[in-house]
Design a protein around this ligand. Structure first.
Ligand code: SF4
Length: 215
């Protein structure tokens, strides 16, 4: 593992690991890395303990996790980076380059608030998929995201993300979780935002601790 820079600052935000998931990357068996820190405060957040207070949770032993992923590499289809919000990790560009040395395609989950980081991630061919969460209709964002974002800001960020998706459709997917406060008419509104040809993957909301499931 000497070929991996295990001193990169982003590693200190690693808080969890799922060795083999069948649901975090549709159609693939993936290892999942959970990172602390987020730029939103969604009241329905499943990972609030790590997302909102990164310095109050303990880092995990990333070296042993990396060893395990490398050991399982033959039967893994990919690696999923999730959080929290991965696009705010320090030194993200170099960190992604380091991860590429593992030789696994990567999926990155994001809330879409950092289109510049998404653009940078797209430069890396091994970032095979970017899953963007659309929380709901734009006007509901302040309520759905803990008051940390205005409707106009998410509209601006999403418009940049949608342009990238139009240019690289195979590398994007869009998701919405049916949290309390959303209904089917909201889903219709969110679908109407997506560029032509994209489907919205809808996730059923389960209370924290119970996970998500596709509907
Ligand atoms: S964007 Fe995701 S990780 Fe961040 S607070 Fe909202 S649900 Fe939690």
């Amino acid at each position: 593992m000497t070929f991996l820079n295990t001193d990169a600052p982003a590693w200190s935000f690693l808080r969890g690991f799922e060795p083999a998931s069948l649901c975090d990357w549709p159609g693939k068996v993936s290892a999942v890395l959970f990172f602390a820190g987020c730029n939103l405060r969604c009241p329905t957040c499943h990972n609030a303990s790590i997302a909102w207070n990164p310095h109050r949770s303990r880092p995990v032993d990333h070296k042993s996790i990396l060893q395990q992923i490398l050991k399982n590499r033959k039967w893994l289809d990919g690696l999923v980076l999730t959080g929290g919000e991965v696009t705010i990790l320090p030194g993200l560009d170099d960190f992604l380059k380091t991860l590429s040395l593992m030789g696994l395609p990567i999926k990155l989950d994001t809330n879409g608030l950092k289109p510049g980081s998404v653009k940078m991630a797209l430069k890396h061919g091994f970032i095979e998929k970017i899953a963007v969460d659309i929380k709901g209709p734009w006007e509901k964002y302040p309520h759905l995201c803990g008051g940390l974002i205005s409707s106009s800001r998410i509209m601006s960020c999403a418009s940049k993300i949608f342009k990238m998706a139009v240019s690289s459709p195979e590398r994007f997917m869009f998701r919405c979780t049916m949290v309390p406060g959303l209904d089917s008419s909201d889903l219709r509104v969110v679908r109407s935002y997506l560029p032509r040809g994209f489907d919205l993957r809808v996730q059923k909301y389960l209370p924290p601790g119970a996970g998500f499931s596709a509907v």
